[in-house]
Design a protein around this ligand. Structure first.
Ligand code: ACM
Length: 505
């Protein structure tokens, strides 16, 4: 065996090939430290039986915890002819060690087929750890609702690639996807649109647009969201919820027109691009936002709560006498200052609950943001520079590298209709993390304007998410090495039934 022949994604920090192998049978004894329960559960899902002995000393397979000599979330994995040993620096590290094992095992185990014994696990020594703590994926479930079952399946796929944040974009102009007590119309009305624009929605006049006449919608109950959160936590994934405000709020305004400025027809948006309908930011409207966040905080234990802040057109605020009057009362010089004031209110509210606001880079447009806020720069190098200069913590989300809703081929006519852009596999892999103590990590985005099914979502996510996982776990890997591993790794995706875009030959 050579190091490359293991074809692990993400590639581990250190890998030492061995020539022997471990023979796994139903009689193999398996012991798991009490602190590594979730790693033990992952082992059980993989091989089909529970750990069967209490004492690690004599067991054939040992999953233990020992922080000595390992960075946070790191692990050591040794497979030889006598043992499989996973030693995690902590419980997450032990879990990642088992995920590496999942890739070393025959793909039939991933496929959940009837297992045939014995199973040969190739010998190896690996020492591994992640470089950054935020290795995320954003899924937009607002533009097209994605069933809970798909979200759970995606969590399994994230875990296999050692990704650890699922950012759920829960609300937007075209749909509201979370039940909020006291505001039933958010889901009765806001979760549904009567129809959707057909084809590419460029900035055409309204009379040029055609619609499909098909109602679209859906939402998650609190119980369903709690199930997603728990399923994720079992896999060391944090679910970061996003309620986008004060723009991207047309669905909420359709449900409760008093939140808006009364300048446009209240309806859940049927087309894409950016709506000019925004919150009016009266005191009752701010109260509404805090009520929504109260419920969000009850459901999601995440330290990080995303409140959007992107793409807030100033048109309505400029045109509204009431908003201008409020700005004067608050002593705010312009509309930018109004957004900053609002961002501060939301950040303070979250801080009182020990949580931290996350926002897209537009929240920096009008001055400093409260301490503890996390910025996601998505609009190119200048936004990254501004975010890094702001002194806030940063999660990099650059469109030009990490928007997986962009085209993955130049031959757009051979691809499903996409929003535009060009982010092929190699461009995702070429993403590099700047060295800064303020960079928590990075995140790939899947906006779903043009992605109307789980199958299409998988096609856009994979294999680009494999490239992202490789580069965010251990930056600086060579693309040809990744590609060589990927040619083997797709057999794992095949076993899991992932509808990935076939590799270019
Ligand atoms: C964004 O793409 N509007 C964050």
């Amino acid at each position: 065996m050579t190091a490359a022949s293991y074809a692990l994604i993400p590639e581990p920090v250190r890998i030492q090939p061995r020539t022997d192998s471990f023979t796994l049978t139903p009689d193999t004894t398996v012991a798991v430290d009490p602190g590594a329960g979730r790693a033990g559960a992952a082992w059980q899902r993989l091989v089909g039986h529970a750990p069967n002995t209490a004492t690690t000393a004599g067991a054939d397979v040992r999953i233990t915890i020992d922080p000595a000599g390992l960075p946070a979330h790191g692990y050591r994995l040794t497979v030889d002819c006598d043992h499989i040993q996973v030693v995690g620096a902590d419980s997450a590290g032990a879990f990642y060690g088992v995920q590496t094992l999942a890739q070393l095992m025959p793909t039939s185990l991933l496929a959940d087929e009837r297992r045939s014994w014995p199973v040969h696990v190739p010998g190896v020594r690996i020492v591994d750890h992640p470089r950054v703590s935020w290795r995320g994926v954003m899924l937009d479930v607002a533009r097209h609702f994605m069933p809970k079952e798909f979200v759970l399946r995606l969590l399994d796929l994230l875990a296999l690639h050692k990704l650890n944040v699922l950012h759920l974009h829960l609300t937007d102009d075209q749909g509201w996807r979370i039940e909020i007590p006291g505001y039933p119309r958010l889901t009765e009305i806001g979760a549904w649109r009567p129809e959707t624009v057909i084809g590419h929605d460029t900035a055409l006049e309204e009379w040029d647009l055609r619609y499909d006449g098909q109602p679209h919608g859906g939402f998650y109950t609190a119980a369903e969201l709690r199930e997603i959160v728990a399923y994720a936590a079992d896999r060391f994934i944090t679910v970061v919820p996003e309620v986008d405000m004060p723009g991207h709020m047309q669905a909420a305004i359709a449900a409760y027109p008093e939140l808006g400025n009364g300048l446009a027809k209240p309806e859940v948006r049927r087309r894409w691009n950016v709506s000019t309908q925004v919150l009016n930011l009266t005191e009752p409207t701010v109260r509404f936002c805090l009520d929504v966040l109260d419920e969000v905080l009850r459901i999601f234990p995440s330290e990080f709560i995303h409140c959007g802040g992107d793409e807030v057109p100033r048109d309505e605020w400029r045109a509204s006498f009431a908003v201008q009057e409020r700005m004067r009362t608050l002593g705010l010089s312009d509309e930018d200052a109004l957004q900053t004031w609002f961002t501060g209110r939301i950040a303070d509210f979250l801080a009182e609950s020990g949580r931290r606001l996350v926002g897209w880079d537009e929240i920096l447009a009008a001055g400093p943001v409260p301490k503890g806020t996390v910025v996601m720069p998505w609009r190119g190098g200048q936004a990254v520079d501004a975010a890094l200069r702001s002194g806030s913590d940063v999660v990099l989300t650059p469109a030009e590298h990490l928007y997986l809703n962009y085209n993955q081929s130049m031959d757009v006519h051979a691809e499903p209709l996409a929003i535009g852009g060009y982010v092929p596999l190699e461009t995702v892999h070429a993403f590099d993390l700047p060295a800064s103590g303020h960079v928590l990590g990075a995140q790939a985005q899947l906006w779903t304007e043009y992605i109307n099914s789980p199958g299409l979502a998988e096609y856009m996510l994979f294999p680009r998410l494999c490239a992202f996982a490789d580069t965010v776990w251990r930056p600086g890997g060579a693309y040809p090495d990744f590609l060589r591993s990927l040619r083997v790794h797709v057999t794992r995706l095949d076993a899991l039934g992932v509808g990935y875009r076939p590799l270019d030959t």
